[in-house]
Design a protein. Sequence first.
Length: 278
Amino acid sequence: MTDKLQSVLETSEIKPNIGSLVQNGKQDLLSGKYAAEIRSLLEERGVLVFPKINFTDDEQRQFTATLGNIARERTGEDVFTISLDPEKTSGVEYLKGSLYWHFDGTMQPLPILASILCAKVLSPTGGDTEFANTYAAYDGLSDEQKVELEGQSAMHSAWNTLYYYDPEPEQAKLEMFMDVGDIELPIVWTHKSGRKSLVLGCTARYIVGMDDKKSARMLNGLREWATSPPFHYTHKWSVGDMVMWDNTGTLHRATPYPLDAGRELHRTKLEGEEPILA
Ligand code: OGA
Ligand code: MN
């Protein structure tokens, strides 16, 4: 791609309710001159795709820093390797949960504002990343459903995700995941902007104070609704693509890929700026 300087942010919508392509070149993005515009487009569209931008780690770090404060991993890295290959990353165990709908930093007081992935090596099969717009999914509920969700909260636990891929875990592993703690979160997040989104994902264990069957039915139904085609986008990667998501108003997951496929994406994250409040 030629890197001519643009005087506008060049964007086009991918689907009506989710996703925009951004076509500007490296220099434009690294200059920071579009940072405010990119942030507001991200909030509006949920997912931004920068096709084959081919950022190096340094450029990814620099671009991320134009948008806010970089959030470090628990292990200290600011650019983190996402892969299921134990030779490539330290985080394989908890990344297995990335195959199920979630948002990043669910268990933290301020969940991650946005995450950014750059594709380095792809799997010959699978390994797409799917996204769902939880603002649009909330807006699409009936008035009756909205009233039903008012004041409801769910208990979220990292250890719930363990059962998705390791249904009979070793006790020590369960204890390790339980040590992460539990957090009660409203199902409807009223953001500072006044917009509302649904707070769901594989960490959601039960709706507080609700009969367990009714709670399971409701959580599953909401997940099915929020991730259904009108709110959903699948990114099929090319090497060099960068994809960024508003982690406060979307869910995401990877589609299955072989552990040894060598798939490797590099992730940076922006620190959260607001807690999840009803
Ligand atoms: C992540 C994540 C999905 C993927 O990086 O937070 O969930 O497709 N990645 O690897
Ligand atoms: Mn994730």
